[in-house]
Design a protein around this ligand. Structure first.
Ligand SMILES: [Zn+2]
Length: 270
C-alpha cells in the first residue's frame, strides 16, 4: 500500500488540549506529504511582522471602543501614513490587530482569525495542509467550508483524538520544562535528574505557566463548549469523522501510524 498516493487535500486534526494531537499530525506530515498549519504559528508570524516594524505610535487609537471594533483599514492606513512600508502594510495591520487582542488578553473575534488563516492558507493554494487549532468555532468552520468550496479544494476528514479529561490532567500536570534549554520532561514517563534537574544542562525544571490545573480545566471546558459543536457541525456537513484513541497500549511511532491508518480505512478513505 502506498500511502502518499492517497492524495489527501486537507486534514483536520482535532482534540482536547493535551489529548495527543501532535503525534497524529506527524503521521500526516511524514507519510502523506502534508504540511502542518497551526493557528499558534500563524498568530506568531503576523505579530512578528507588527513587532519587527517597531511602530512607535499608540495602537489604541485604531480601536473604536464605542463600536467595540477596529476602525476601517483605510482609516488605519491614512493615520499610519508613510511610517509603514506599502509592501507590508496589509500584513502589518493584521499583525497589529492580533497583537492588540492577544496582549490585552481579549478573545480574538472569528472574523480576524479567519482573515489571518486565509492569508496563510492562500500561500499553499488552499491545499496540502494538516490544520491544527483551526477551525475552533462553528463560525470558523462555516468560513472554512465556504473558502475551500470557492477555491475548489476540500477537507478530506476530521481526525479526532479522543482522551479522557482525567488522563489528560494527570499527564499534563506531570510535565516539566527546562527554563534554560527548553528540554521537556515528565515526572512519570521521562523523569528529570533526581526528580527536578534538566538532564541536558542541569538547570532546575519548572511547570509551564500554561499547565496549571485551573488553566487546563478552562481549556477542556472550552473544547466542550465550542469545539465539540464545531465537530458536529462539520460532520453534519458531510466531512468524514475518524476517531482515534489518544492513549495506546504501546505508544510508538508505528502504533500511532497504524491507529490512524486503520481509522482512515474504516471510514473508507484509504
Ligand atoms: Zn536544560
Amino acid at each position: 500500500m502506498s500511502l502518499s498516493s492517497s492524495n489527501f487535500e486537507n486534514i483536520l486534526v482535532m482534540g482536547k488540549s493535551g489529548a495527543g494531537k501532535q503525534p497524529r499530525i506527524d503521521v500526516f506530515t511524514t507519510n502523506f506529504g502534508l504540511k502542518q498549519l497551526s493557528t499558534g504559528n500563524i498568530f506568531r508570524s503576523f505579530m512578528k511582522i507588527f513587532n519587527d516594524a517597531a511602530y512607535e505610535g499608540d495602537i489604541d487609537q485604531f480601536y473604536d471602543n464605542k463600536k467595540n471594533e477596529f476602525i476601517p483599514d483605510n482609516e488605519i492606513k491614512r493615520i499610519l501614513g508613510p511610517s509603514i512600508d506599502d509592501s507590508i502594510i496589509d500584513d502589518f495591520i493584521l499583525g497589529l490587530k492580533a497583537h492588540y487582542y492577544v496582549s490585552n488578553g481579549l478573545y480574538v473575534p472569528d472574523s480576524l482569525t479567519n482573515m489571518l488563516f486565509e492569508s496563510y492558507f492562500s500561500r499553499s493554494d488552499y491545499k496540502g495542509m494538516v490544520l491544527d487549532g483551526y477551525p475552533r468555532t462553528e463560525a470558523q468552520a462555516e468560513y472554512l467550508l465556504k473558502l475551500t468550496a470557492e477555491k475548489g479544494t476540500k477537507i478530506d476528514a476530521i481526525v479526532l483524538v479522543e482522551n479522557e479529561d482525567d488522563a489528560i490532567i494527570k499527564r499534563t500536570m506531570g510535565r516539566r520544562i527546562c527554563p534554560s534549554c527548553g528540554a521537556v520532561f515528565h515526572l512519570e514517563f521521562k523523569p528529570p535528574k533526581d526528580g527536578k534537574f534538566c538532564r541536558k544542562c542541569g538547570a532546575e525544571v519548572i511547570l509551564r505557566s500554561d499547565d496549571t490545573e485551573e488553566k487546563l480545566r478552562m481549556r477542556l471546558q472550552e473544547f466542550r463548549d465550542k469545539t465539540m459543536p464545531t465537530i458536529r457541525f462539520l460532520s453534519e456537513k458531510g466531512i468524514p469523522l475518524v476517531k482515534t484513541e489518544g492513549d495506546l497500549p504501546v505508544f510508538t511511532e508505528e502504533a500511532v501510524k497504524k491507529s490512524v491508518v486503520d481509522g482512515l480505512k474504516k471510514a473508507g478513505l484509504l
